[in-house]
Design a protein around this ligand. Structure first.
Ligand code: PXP
Length: 398
């Protein structure tokens, strides 16, 4: 299937993500059984759409969406179009935003509807022709919106929570409290879909007792983060977590400092993946947003990659943050095109998470420190729910 989807945005808006709009359009075209016709989308402002509305429809006022079919087929069907071009859809972001407030919809819902409306026009539907045509078009809009809701609900970004930080506090006193196993249950009850623990060689936080209890009590998914170390590999093979995440591990580091260098140790990491695969344990690789590393992870059989967001979270200044963000967005795109399942984590907090959560190539975020830090003041249940709310809101951006 070859479709060229061109998306142009005339004003830089943080609400918009070109890749996401392209994917949504591709999905819609597929639902409408359009498999080989190109389409162009222009996202613009009221002033520009007003000019087009005046020029082509003689209406000197802004509107929400305009459709310009490239050509008309002899019998009105796509198959009879003389070219493999559907045409152009123009949407005013300004009007879309105003309408989302007016109709009490999210911006994403409004934009999705406008895109569907514009697309149906390109496919020959016309609500202005007659009452019958209006009803027909509205029915199609409703069906597509419903299908889209279902599709998106399956694609919501999930939250897995790292409870190492709870164990760190316990170990500071060498007592039994606070217990990361209790923390894990609270996180799950609040809506987390996974629990992550890093069993380090030096056992500085999570202990063997913790992972064994967690294996019995975690009801969602237990992700064991680990270095490619002989002793820990044996433990993982016996424990059979739902997933392991391979990370580089240095004794002196405060926390994991960077992604795993897969390129320079493909053979060694490949062997660990083979062992885990034989034991039916999927493997994720914690990797920097570097496309060569991700390709290498794919080559040696990883199922998931977790993109290291640490640098994006740590850099100062808008430009540097944007640069790091773009690297993550491109890396996520690359990994997902390779067929890898993509997660992300490290350093994510209540301010820098939305942009990452809005990337629909990323299916799960792994967050620990920020949630535990907030939990000290608000309680763990509340801290998890607040993070989930942020992620869900970001998911509905477009
Ligand atoms: N992912 C990996 C691979 C990690 O090592 C960590 C830190 O333990 C996290 C995610 C979570 O990072 P943070 O605690 O900064 O949210």
């Amino acid at each position: 299937m070859s479709i060229d989807i061109t998306v142009q945005i005339s004003d830089d808006s943080p609400l918009l993500n070109i890749q996401k709009i392209k994917r949504l359009t591709r999905w819609l075209l597929n639902e409408c059984q359009v498999s080989d016709h190109n389409i162009s989308i222009l996202l613009t402002d009221d002033q520009k759409i007003c000019r087009l509305n005046n020029q082509y429809r003689g209406k000197n006022k802004p509107t929400n969406v305009l459709s310009f079919p490239f050509a008309e087929g002899a019998d009105g069907s796509i198959a009879s179009l003389p070219v493999k071009e559907l045409g152009d859809i123009v949407i005013s972001i300004e009007t879309a935003l105003a309408e989302s407030i007016l109709y009490n919809q999210t911006f994403h819902e409004r934009m999705s509807w406008l895109l569907i409306h514009g697309l149906l026009h390109l496919l020959g539907f016309d609500h202005e022709k007659s009452k019958k045509e209006r009803i027909k078009m509205e029915e199609h809009e409703k069906i597509l919106l419903k299908k889209l809701q279902f599709y998106r609900s399956k694609k919501m970004t999930q939250l897995a929570i790292n409870v190492d930080h709870v164990a760190t506090i316990r170990q500071a006193r060498g007592t039994v409290e606070p217990d990361p196993v209790t923390a894990a249950s609270i996180c799950e009850l609040a809506g987390a879909v996974g629990i992550v623990v890093h069993l380090r060689e030096d056992r500085r936080h999570i202990q063997d007792r913790d992972i064994h209890l967690l294996r019995q009590t975690v009801k969602t998914k237990l992700n064991l983060e680990m270095g490619a170390n002989k002793e820990i590999i044996q433990i993982a093979l016996k424990l059979k977590p739902d997933l392991i995440t391979l990370v580089p591990e240095k004794r002196q580091e405060l926390t994991t400092e960077g992604g795993l260098d897969v390129l320079s140790q493909k053979k060694k990491i490949g062997k660990v993946i083979d062992k885990m695969t034989k034991a039916s344990i999927p493997v994720s690789i914690f990797a920097d947003p570097d496309q060569d590393q991700l390709t290498a992870a794919h080559d040696i059989g990883a199922t998931f990659v977790e993109l290291h967001t640490g640098k994006y979270c740590d850099v100062k200044g808008e430009e540097a943050t944007e640069h790091e963000f773009q690297l993550i967005a491109e890396a996520a795109e690359h990994a997902s095109q390779l067929g890898l399942r993509v997660c992300a984590g490290h350093g994510l907090d209540y301010l820098n998470t939305p942009a990452i959560a809005a990337l629909d190539t990323i299916e799960e975020l792994s967050i620990g420190h920020a949630i535990m830090a907030r939990a000290i003041f608000t309680g763990l249940d509340q801290a998890v729910r607040e993070m989930l709310a942020i992620i869900q809101r970001a998911d509905y951006s477009i």
